[in-house]
Design a protein around this ligand. Sequence first.
Ligand SMILES: [Zn+2]
Length: 427
Amino acid sequence: MEQDQALTQAVAARTDDLVTLTQDLVRIPTLNPPGRNYREICDYLGARLEKRGFSVEMIRAHGAPADSDRYPRWNMVARIEGAAPGDCVHFNGHHDVVETGHGWTTDPFGGEVRDGRVYGRGTCDMKGGIASAIIAAEAFIDTHPDFSGAIEISATADEESGGYGGVAYLAEKGYFDPARVQHVIIPEPLNKDRICLGHRGVWWAEIETKGRIAHGSMPFLGDCAVRHMGAVLAEMEASLFPLLAGKRTEMPVVPEGARSSTLNINAIHGGEPEQDADYTGLPAPCVPDRCRITIDRRFLIEEDIAEVKAEIAALMEKVRAARPGFDYEIRDLFEVMPTMTDRDAPVVRTVQAAIERVLNRHAEFVVSPGTYDQKHIDRIGRLKNCIAYGPGILDLAHQPDEWVGIDDMEDSAKVMALTLSELLVKR
Ligand SMILES: [Zn+2]
């Protein structure tokens, strides 16, 4: 108990450092796409951690999507060994940020501090989380220099565009092998009193209806692919959307609306391509022979992906049976299985207890409606003892005037430091 107090005090004593570190990270604009300054941010973090006794590796994801000599996909992995063998606790944060967009009242890469907050793109998602993990580790090492096991801190590329040049690449190279790493915490902005256990599944697909082109004045000589797609959409409204809304999960997904299966139609296109904005002519009269939609189906841990796909196939066959000449094709684009770490997993229980100690309230368990890098750690790394836990309010991510609270960073750094103490100090 006394030791814990010394540790949380050591974190609190580093608040200025925590703020400066966050500001420094925000001032390196790691925009993705296209993937700017990845090496710069890895060098900055590597230099800091090397000084603290970590051995640092710089890993470029050669051959990963979007990797090029102009925009190389750099990742940094730092590891420090304790005085005796034991578990390894790994903190993983993505260093890329999304575009700034409009509506900022402060410099998105300025790292301005105002009213107890640090402002800027990536403060919340998730440079504030990376800074909190580093401060937690440094305070822990100073307080418990004789700890057992190992601590790893990684800063990885491309989470915002799927993580293939980042965590997926490292997982393929064995960095998340359960023989090497036993506990993973991803400090994504889930709020300091919530533990994110995982995410729903994803299936993206393209559905195309087929017709026959003809002159628009004699549509009966052709076959309109857009009308066929209209029938598909009508059938979705009549049967599929109500079916999905009725499927409820035991996963504690937030927000509440995402506790059902969902389907979004991301795009629809049929017929003549849209012309450039400066085209001043009229369209040509044609019966469209192709119509395409892109669907984004989010599914629950209780659902099987084969069943999810079969639902769509059955719907298409139902439409086919009712419409002469109806023909279609479904193309898979992308899929991710749902994942949810067990509430009894060691990292979950340890962080849960630390939240209760630091914040004096019960931790809340949540599941993310969308995916994040945990998918690669689970599927490629085969490492199940993984959560997302970090400071920041999720709703602020990707918004103008994004910020992270200094108090929130300090509190979650304390939670992370106590977690290290629980997992790596022999009592
Ligand atoms: Zn993020």
